[in-house]
Design a protein around this ligand. Structure first.
Ligand code: DGJ
Length: 696
C-alpha cells in the first residue's frame, strides 16, 4: 500500500483492524477492492475462496499487470453479451505463495452504460487447488443510505418486487436448485434511499447465468457495501489441476442517476442489442395459439387440425402443440425421454399434422422438455444411469420426473440428436423448451468423488453447449424458454432464446405484478404471454377478455390458449385483440416500456414506438371503487415539442403537457351517460388500452 498513489491510500487508522502486511493504517477491511481475497486483513465475504494443497484458504491477490484491447472476447462455453464498439480491460492478479492467478475482465461499450465483468482463475502452481467459491464480480460501494430491490416469488407468482432498507450484515438472494429459479432472480438493485422511477442513483447487477447463483449484499462495520455476484458457493467445489483454468459466468452492472426507469431503459436496450439472439431481437413475433390450457394432455391429430382452422379464423399466425404429443404421454407420469409422436393419436406422425397446419396458412410449433426423464419411458429402460442422483440415496421425484445428467457428454450428444431429428424435418418453426423441476440428490455417476461439487455447474455447461449447437444449426427456429413459467427466466437462457414464458399465471391481476417486476430488467421483447381461460386455472378469478387481452398486449410474444368452445364464445372479441396484436407486433418488439403508476389498486404502463410516432397506455384498475379520485398519469420520454392525439379524437396535447401535467385516465362509473367524459367499464379488474399518435 506504500506504493499506492496518495489518493488511494487509507485515510485513517481503524482501531482493532489489522494492517495489511504491516503497512501503517492500511486495512483491507475498509479499503474498496475489485476482487477481494480472504485472510489478509479483510473480514468481509471474499470474491474468491480457494483451499490450497497445504489446507490453507488464505488468498492474497496482488496486481501484476493489465492490458486493454478493442472489442470483447467471448466466454468459452458460457453465454455472454456480444461486443461491438467496446473495449476490454484485463487485469491480472496473483497470489504469489500458491500460483493462483486471477484475470479480471471489464468491457465497456460506447453506446451502452453497461459494464460487463467476469473472472478467469488459473492454477499456475504445482499442486491441485480446490476452488470453494469464485464470484464473477465484486462491487465495493462507499458508506451511504441505501435501499435494496430484488425480485422474489415462486411458481405462478414470479418476479414479485421486494424493496427494503439495507440491513447491517449480509443479505443474499440465491438459488441452490440447479436452475436460477422462480424464487429469486439473479438480479439486484442497490439504490440511494428514496430513489423512485425517475430519480436517484441506482447500482444494478445481473448475472448471465441459469444455475445455482448467489448475489450477496454485505454492509460492513463502517457502513460500506459489498455486492458479490456469481455462482453460489453453497455446494460448489471445483478441482483446479496445475495448468487448468476456471471461467466464471458474466456479471453485468448498470448505474443510473435517473432512478429505476433510467436503469430499466439501459437494461432493455442492452438486452435487445447485445444479449438476445440477433436475428429475432427486433423481429415481430408471431401471434400464437398454444394448446396447453385448451386441451392439456388430450391432444390428437383430429383435434389439433380442427383447432387449426379455428385458430386461423382468429387471425393467429402459429399453432403450438404443447405437452402430450409423444409416445404414451397422456399424463405427467410418463414418457419424458421418448420424443417421437404417439402413433395412436398421431397416426401420420408430426409430419402429417404439420402439413395440415401449414395448409391452414399457419406455422407449426412444438413443446419439448428434453432435460427430463420419467422412469416410465424407453429411455429410462435403456439408460437408467443417465439421471442426476447419488448412489444408495433414493431420488426425490418432482412432477413424477427426474433430471438427466447433462454434465455427461453422451447425454448432451443424445439430446442433440433427438432435437436435430425433430427440427431436421423443416416443418417446425418454433420450439417451447420447458423444464419442470429443480434438482435434488445432486450427483453424477460419471464424476469422481472429488468432483461431485462440480456437477451443477457442469450441467449448465452441457445445457449451454446443447443450446448453442441447436440454435446455430437452426437459426430461423424461434425458441421460447420456459421452466414451469419463470423458473429459469434469466439472461443466460435469453442469450439462446429470444423470448420466455414468464409465468403460468395468466390471470390479469396476477400477471400485472409479474410483468411489472420482470420489467425492471427484461424488455417486452423477451416476454411471452397468452390470453388464458376465465375462470383462471391457477387462482379461479373471473376476468373479462378485455383485461386479459390488455395485460397480454404488453409482451412482444402474444397469443391465445383457450378451448374450442371458449374461442367460439369469444370469437369477435378475440379477433379484435388478435388484429390489434398483429398491427402492433413490430412496434412492441422495439418499443420503450415505462412503469408509470403502481398503487395497491391501479397500474399504468406506457409503450412508446422506437420512432416515437405511437404511444400506448394500459390502465388497469383492480377492485372497483365508487366515486373514486380522478387519476392523471404523467407520461415519459416524449418529444416535448410534438403534439399527440388520442386515436379517434381531435384534441391535441403537447408532449410537454403529457409529461408534466399528465393525461386524465378514464373514469370508472356505472352511469356512463355524460357526453364528452371518458369512461372505462365498471366492475373489478377493469382496464383500458389507449393509443396516442404523434400528429406533428
Ligand atoms: C409447464 C409450462 O409452464 C406450461 O405452460 C406447460 O407447457 C406445461 N409445463 C406442460 O407440461
Amino acid at each position: 500500500a506504500g506504493d499506492l498513489p496518495l489518493w488511494e491510500r487509507p485515510r485513517t487508522t481503524r482501531s482493532l483492524s489489522p494492517e495489511y502486511r504491516g503497512v501503517s493504517a492500511c486495512h483491507l477491511n475498509y479499503i474498496p477492492q475489485e476482487y477481494p481475497g480472504h485472510g489478509v486483513s479483510d473480514f468481509r465475504q471474499p470474491a474468491i475462496h480457494p483451499r490450497h494443497s497445504d489446507g490453507s484458504t488464505v488468498c492474497d491477490l496482488v496486481f501484476q499487470d493489465y492490458q486493454i484491447s478493442a472489442d470483447k472476447p467471448g466466454l468459452p462455453g458460457l453465454p455472454a453479451a456480444r461486443g461491438g464498439n467496446s473495449q476490454t480491460l484485463l487485469i491480472r492478479l496473483a497470489d504469489q505463495r500458491t500460483g493462483l492467478v486471477v484475470e479480471l475482465s471489464y468491457t465497456i461499450y460506447a453506446e451502452h452504460d453497461v459494464l460487463s465483468r467476469s473472472a478467469r482463475i488459473s492454477n499456475q502452481g504445482t499442486a491441485m487447488l480446490n476452488l470453494q467459491s469464485a464470484f464473477s464480480s465484486a462491487l465495493d460501494l462507499p458508506a451511504g443510505d441505501y435501499e435494496l430491490l430484488h425480485l422474489a416469488g415462486s411458481w405462478s407468482r414470479e418476479f414479485e418486487t421486494q424493496r427494503m432498507p439495507l440491513p447491517a450484515g449480509r443479505f443474499i438472494v440465491e438459488s441452490a436448485r440447479g436452475a436460477s429459479s422462480a424464487v429469486h432472480s439473479p438480479f439486484v438493485v442497490v439504490m440511494e434511499q428514496g430513489s423512485n422511477e425517475e430519480q436517484g442513483c441506482v447500482y444494478a447487477t445481473a448475472l448471465l447465468y441459469s444455475g445455482n447463483f448467489a448475489i450477496s449484499i454485505e454492509q460492513g462495520e463502517f457502513g460500506d457495501i459489498r455486492v458479490l455476484a456469481g455462482i453460489n458457493p453453497f455446494n460448489f467445489n471445483w478441482q483446479l489441476a496445475p495448468g487448468a483454468s476456471f471461467q466464471t459466468p458474466e456479471s453485468l452492472q448498470v448505474f443510473s442517476r435517473q432512478g429505476l426507469d433510467g436503469m430499466s431503459q439501459i437494461w432493455h436496450r442492452f438486452i435487445a442489442e447485445k444479449i438476445s439472439p440477433q436475428q429475432f431481437a427486433h423481429q415481430a413475433r408471431p401471434a400464437y395459439f398454444n394448446s396447453w390450457e385448451a386441451a392439456y394432455f388430450s391432444v390428437d391429430e383430429a383435434k389439433m387440425l380442427a383447432l387449426a382452422s379455428q385458430v386461423r379464423s382468429l387471425g393467429l399466425d402459429l399453432l403450438v402443440m404443447d405437452d402430450g404429443w409423444f409416445e404414451g404421454r397422456n399424463s405427467d407420469r410418463t414418457s419424458l425421454g421418448d420424443w417421437t409422436a404417439d402413433r395412436q393419436r398421431f397416426p401420420g406422425g408430426l409430419e402429417t399434422l404439420a402439413a395440415g397446419v401449414h395448409r391452414q396458412g399457419l406455422r407449426f410449433g412444438l413443446w419439448v422438455e428434453p432435460e427430463m426423464i420419467n422412469r416410465q419411458s424407453r429411455l429410462y429402460a435403456t439408460h437408467p444411469d443417465w439421471l442426476i442422483g447419488v448412489a444408495g440415496q433414493p431420488s426425490s421425484p418432482a412432477r413424477n420426473q427426474f433430471v438427466l445428467d447433462l454434465s455427461r457428454d453422451e447425454v448432451v450428444e443424445h439430446l442433440y440428436s433427438v432435437m436435430d431429428t425433430l427440427l431436421g424435418s423443416g416443418s417446425i418453426s418454433y420450439i417451447k423448451w420447458d423444464m419442470n423441476r429443480y434438482m435434488t440428490e445432486v450427483g453424477s455417476s460419471a464424476l469422481s468423488a472429488e468432483q461431485q461439487g462440480e456437477v451443477a455447474h457442469r450441467y449448465l455447461l452441457g445445457l449451454y453447449r446443447l443450446l448453442d449447437r441447436l440454435t446455430q444449426k437452426y437459426p430461423t427456429v424461434l425458441f421460447e424458454n420456459c421452466a414451469s413459467g419463470g423458473g429459469r427466466f434469466d439472461l443466460g437462457m435469453l442469450h439462446y432464446m429470444a423470448q420466455g414464458w414468464l409465468s403460468d399465471m395468466c390471470d390479469p391481476v396476477g400477471r400485472l405484478e409479474i410483468v411489472n417486476g420482470a420489467s425492471y430488467l427484461f424488455p417486452p421483447s423477451t416476454m411471452a404471454a397468452y390470453i388464458g381461460p376465465s375462470p383462471n386455472h391457477q387462482n379461479g378469478r373471473i376476468s373479462s377478455l378485455q383485461s386479459r387481452g390488455h395485460v397480454t398486449f404488453f409482451c412482444a410474444a402474444r397469443g391465445v390458449s383457450l378451448s374450442a368452445t371458449e374461442m367460439e364464445a369469444e370469437q369477435a372479441g378475440l379477433q379484435d385483440l388478435v388484429s390489434c396484436y398483429r398491427e402492433s407486433a413490430d412496434m412492441v418488439v422495439n418499443a420503450g416500456f415505462h412503469r408509470l403508476l403502481k398503487t395497491g389498486n391501479e397500474v399504468c404502463w406506457q409503450l412508446t414506438a422506437a420512432d416515437g410516432s405511437e404511444v400506448y397506455l394500459g390502465y388497469f384498475y383492480l377492485l372497483a371503487s365508487p366515486n373514486a379520485q380522478f387519476r392523471r398519469v404523467r407520461l415519459r420520454g416524449l418529444d416535448p415539442q410534438s403534439f399527440y392525439c388520442r386515436a379517434g379524437r381531435k384534441e391535441k396535447l403537447s408532449g410537454a403537457a403529457l409529461m408534466h401535467a399528465g393525461l386524465a385516465m378514464p373514469v370508472m362509473s356505472l352511469n356512463q351517460s355524460i357526453a364528452g367524459v371518458d369512461y372505462m367499464p365498471a366492475g373489478d379488474f377493469s382496464s383500458v388500452l389507449l393509443k396516442l399518435q404523434r400528429v406533428q
